[in-house]
Write a new protein. Structure first.
Length: 735
C-alpha cells in the first residue's frame, strides 16, 4: 500500500525550509510514497480543504534557493485547542495520511508531539461521532511523525545546528562588516541587537565571526558590575589603538536580576563612561530573510532525506522523533526529549539558573563563548623569553579564512608572552629570509579579509632551501611553527619532519592548520575556505540559472577542487544540479550518454534548465569543452549546452562566518597546543581538524597515512556517500 505523508512548515520561517521540503518530497516520491503539502502550518491541517494538496516532483523544482517557505507558515491558535487538533485529525485521516514531517521550531514540534499523543483518543471520538470515513472494523494506522529543526535561533536540543541559523549568521556578519567600515571611519561605537529569543547562539557566533569586542547573551551569568567590566575591556582596546567598537547584544540578554538588557541601556552606559558616539542598530527581520546559504541548503537536504527515510522505515508505533545533525551525522532524537531539553534552557534562564542554561547548550557553545571572552579581553603580555618565537606561515594556495586564523593565532601567542613572526609569501619567501615580527595591531581588521595578508604560494623545497630555512628559524629564535595550507603545505611540513636528522633546527613542534577551498586534506571533516568557495559557487550558479530563459538549456559549470570531489559534489547538492562529475569517479562514455538521455527526457517532460557540475580534474582526458561538445552533439536540436568555468572567483571574497569561526577555533587550539609543547619540550608535529564536530589534533604521520598518495586525496571521505542523495534529488522516478 502506498504510504501518504503530509509535510508542513510551521512557526517562524527560516531560510532552508524550502530545501528541506524539496528533500522530503523528492526523497518520498523516490521511494513510492505520496506526499501532501499542508499549507499555512498547523492552521492548514485544521482547515483542510485546498490547504492540503498532493505534491509532485516538479512542485519541488526551483525552490531550493528560495528563502522563506513556499508552503506558507502561520502561528495557529486553533491548533492550540483540542477541538482544532480534532479537526486536523479528521482532515488527515480522511485523506489517509498516516505520516507527518513537521519542519519548524520548538513550538511547532510541541504541536506535533501533542497531536501524536492525542491521536488515538481523537480518533475514537471521531469514530463515536460517526465522522470517520472508515469501513466497519477498520482501524486507521497510528500517526508517524518526524520533525526537522527549522529555526534561525538554533535553540533546539537534538541538533548541533538548525536549518536557517547559518544563513542568518551570514546576514548578521555581513551587516556588522558594513557597520564596521563606517564605524572605523568615524571612530564610532556600534551596538548591534540580534535575534535568537532565549538563545545566544546568533549573538555569540556573529561576535566571534566579526571580531566583535563584547557580547551579551542570555545564557551568561552576569555579575552586578557587568557594565564596568565591559567598559574596562573596551577602554583597554582603545588604548591598544582600536578605532571602533562593536558590541553584539542578543535580544534575550538579561541583567543579573532577570530584567531584559535593552540596547539603549548599553548605549547610555558607553556614551557616559567612554565619552564616545554610540549608535544602536537593531537588525530585526532581515535576519530571517534571503535565500539559504550553501550550508543550509545541504543541511536541509541531508536532514530532509533522512527524515522521510526514517518515517518510511520506522515501525508504526515508534514515538515521534526529530532528525538533527549530531557530530556531522543525521541522528534521531525522541521529540519528547528534544522539546523537554530545549524548553529547559528557557526555564533555567527565567529562573536565573544561568550556569545550568549554559551547560545545557553543550560543549561547542561553551568553547566558543570562552574563546570570545578570551579574545575580547586579551592584551599583549610581557615577553616571556623562555617561550621564544612562534612562526606563522600561510603556505600553498591562499584560502578565505587564512587571515582570520592568523589574527587569532598571533593574539593568543602574544597574550601568553611568546613573540610571533610571520613568514612572508609562504615557504618561498621564508627560505629567502622574508620574515616579519607581528604585533597585536598588525592583525587588526583581518578577520574578514579574503586571501592572505602574509602572502602565500605553492612551493616545493629546492635542495639548498632546507639549510636556509633552518638558519632563518634559528635567527628569529623560532621555537614552534603554525603552518596554514592545503596538501602542498602538509607535504612541506612532512618533508621538514623527515629531514630532522640532517637539520636539527626543524626539531620544533609544528601544527598544520587545514586551509584549502578543496577540502582535500586528511584528518578533518572541513578545511577552512571550502565553505566560502561553496557559497561563491552557488551565488554564481543561481545567477546562471536566471539566464536560462525560455529555451531548453543545459549548463556545464566547471568548479575547482583539484583531485578532490568535495566542491563539485557539495555545490551540485547546494545548486540542485542534475549531475556532478567527480575525480573520484572519472567520466565514462556510457555514463555521458546516459546523462544526455536523461537530460533529454527531463526537457521533454517540462524542464527548461539542466545543471551539470564538473570537477576541474574529473577526467584525465575530457575537459569541460569536450564534454560540452559531446552533449551538444548528442542533444541535437532539442537543447543547447553552454559551458562556464568559474575559475578564481571561487577562492576570492570575504570569508563566510563558518570559515572565520573554524579558522579562529583551530588557531586558538593550535597555539595553546604549541605553547604546551614548547613548555614540555615536545617536538612532535600534528594536524588540527574538525572530526565529528570536535576539534582534534592528529599526529602528522598518522594523518599523512590517511592519504591515497597516487590520488592526491584522503582514501575515506565522509561526504562521498552524499552522491546518492544527489541522485535521489535529481532523478525523478519513472512511471
Ligand atoms: P516555532 O515552531 O518557530 O517555535 P511557535 O512557537 O510560534 O513557532 O509555534 C508554531 C505553532 O505551533 C503555534 O502557532 C501552534 O499552532 C503550534 N504550537 C505551539 N505550541 C503548541 C502546543 N503546546 N500545543 C499545540 N500546538 C502548539
Amino acid at each position: 500500500m502506498t504510504i501518504k505523508v503530509g509535510v508542513l512548515t510551521s512557526g517562524g520561517d527560516a531560510p532552508g525550509m524550502n530545501a528541506a521540503l524539496r528533500a522530503v518530497v523528492r526523497g518520498g516520491l523516490s521511494r513510492g510514497a505520496q506526499i501532501y503539502g499542508i499549507h499555512e502550518g498547523w492552521q492548514g491541517a485544521v482547515d483542510g480543504g485546498d490547504k492540503i494538496q498532493p505534491l509532485g516532483w516538479r512542485s519541488a523544482g526551483g525552490i531550493l534557493q528560495k528563502g522563506g517557505t513556499i508552503l506558507g507558515t502561520a502561528r495557529s491558535a486553533d491548533f492550540q485547542t483540542r477541538e482544532g487538533r480534532k479537526k486536523a485529525v479528521f482532515n488527515l485521516v480522511s485523506r489517509e495520511i498516516s505520516g507527518l514531517v513537521v519542519i519548524g521550531g520548538d513550538g511547532s514540534l510541541t504541536g506535533a508531539l501533542t497531536l501524536c499523543n492525542e491521536w488515538p483518543a481523537l480518533l475514537q471520538e471521531l469514530a463515536a461521532e460517526g465522522k470517520l470515513p472508515l469501513a466497519v472494523g477498520e482501524t486507521p494506522a497510528p500517526l508517524r511523525v518526524v520533525g526537522l529543526p527549522g529555526s534561525i535561533d538554533n535553540d533546539l536540543f537534538g541538533t548541533d545546528i538548525s536549518i536557517g541559523a547559518d544563513t542568518s549568521l551570514q546576514t548578521i556578519v555581513h551587516a556588522v562588516d558594513q557597520l564596521e567600515s563606517t564605524a572605523s571611519s568615524h571612530q564610532r561605537t556600534f551596538i548591534v541587537e540580534v535575534m535568537g529569543r532565549n538563545c545566544g547562539y546568533l549573538a555569540l557566533t556573529s561576535a566571534l565571526a566579526s571580531a566583535g569586542h563584547w557580547v551579551l547573551i542570555p545564557e551568561e551569568e552576569l555579575d552586578a558590575r557587568w557594565h564596568q567590566k565591559m567598559v574596562k575591556a573596551l577602554q583597554r582596546g582603545r588604548e591598544e589603538g582600536r578605532r571602533h567598537v562593536t558590541v553584539i547584544a542578543a535580544e534575550g540578554a538579561r541583567h543579573p536580576d532577570g530584567l531584559p538588557i535593552r540596547a539603549e541601556t548599553i548605549q547610555q552606559i558607553l556614551q557616559k563612561q567612554l565619552n564616545v558616539d554610540v549608535r544602536v542598530t537593531v537588525l530585526g527581520h532581515v535576519q530571517r530573510g534571503g535565500g539559504p546559504s550553501a550550508f543550509d541548503r545541504i543541511l536541509a537536504t541531508r536532514l530532509g532525506v533522512a527524515a522521510i527515510d526514517d518515517l518510511l522505515d520506522m515501525p508504526a508505533d515508534t514515538p515521534p522523533r526529530m532528525i538533527g545533525l549530531i557530530s556531522n551525522q543525521p541522528t534521531a532524537t525522541p521529540l519528547a526529549e528534544v522539546i523537554g531539553k530545549s524548553q529547559a534552557v528557557g526555564k533555567a534562564i527565567e529562573e536565573g539558573a544561568y550556569s545550568m542554561a549554559l551547560s545545557l547548550r553543550g560543549t561547542s557553545f561553551r568553547d566558543q563563548l570562552g574563546l570570545l571572552k578570551i579574545l575580547s579581553q586579551a592584551t599583549p603580555a610581557p615577553v616571556d623569553s623562555s617561550l621564544g618565537a612562534i612562526a606563522i606561515v600561510t603556505a600553498g594556495a591562499d584560502a578565505p579564512g587564512m587571515n582570520a586564523a592568523v589574527r587569532v593565532a598571533v593574539r593568543r601567542a602574544l597574550n601568553a608572552g611568546a613573540r610571533v613572526v610571520g613568514g612572508i609569501n609562504g615557504f618561498r619567501g621564508m627560505v629567502r629570509g622574508q620574515v616579519e615580527e607581528l604585533n597585536w595591531m598588525s592583525v587588526s581588521g583581518w578577520v574578514g579579509l579574503g586571501g592572505t595578508q602574509l602572502g602565500s604560494g605553492r612551493y616545493d623545497f629546492e635542495p639548498d632551501d632546507l639549510g636556509r630555512l633552518e638558519r632563518v628559524l634559528q635567527q628569529h629564535g623560532v621555537r614552534a611553527m603554525l603552518v596554514l595550507g592545503g596538501l602542498n603545505a602538509y607535504h612541506n611540513v612532512a618533508e621538514l619532519v623527515r629531514r630532522r636528522n640532517r637539520y636539527p633546527g626543524f626539531n620544533i613542534p609544528i601544527v598544520c592548520l587545514p586551509t584549502t577551498i578543496d577540502n582535500s586534506v586528511p584528518a578533518t571533516d572541513y578545511a577552512v575556505g571550502a565553505d566560502t568557495a561553496l557559497n561563491n559557487i552557488i551565488q554564481a550558479v543561481d545567477k546562471i540559472k536566471d539566464t536560462a530563459g525560455s529555451t531548453h538549456r543545459a549548463f556545464i559549470v566547471e568548479v575547482m577542487g583539484e583531485q578532490c570531489g568535495y566542491l563539485p559534489l557539495m555545490s551540485a547538492l547546494a545548486c540542485g544540479a542534475e549531475r556532478a562529475y567527480l575525480p573520484e569517479d572519472g567520466i565514462a562514455v556510457g555514463r555521458l550518454e546516459a546523462d544526455v538521455e536523461e537530460l533529454r527526457e527531463g526537457f521533454r517532460s517540462g524542464k527548461s534548465l539542466g545543471i551539470v557540475i564538473m570537477g576541474e580534474y574529473a577526467s584525465h582526458h575530457y575537459n569541460t569543452d569536450v564534454i560540452r561538445r559531446v552533449m551538444q552533439e548528442e542533444g541535437r536540436d532539442e537543447f543547447e549546452v553552454r559551458a562556464c568555468i568559474l575559475g578564481h572567483v571561487q577562492r576570492g571574497g570575504v570569508p563566510t562566518p563558518f570559515d572565520r569561526i573554524q579558522a579562529s577555533r583551530f588557531a586558538n587550539r593550535a597555539i595553546l597546543h604549541l605553547l604546551d609543547q614548547i613548555r614540555e619540550d615536545d617536538n612532535s608535529a600534528h594536524v588540527i581538524g574538525l572530526l565529528g564536530g570536535r576539534i582534534e589534533l592528529t599526529p602528522l604521520d598518522e594523518a599523512m597515512a590517511l592519504l591515497d598518495p597516487s590520488a592526491g586525496r584522503p582514501r575515506q571521505q565522509w561526504w562521498y556517500e552524499l552522491g546518492q542523495v544527489l541522485e535521489r534529488m535529481s532523478r525523478s522516478p519513472k512511471g
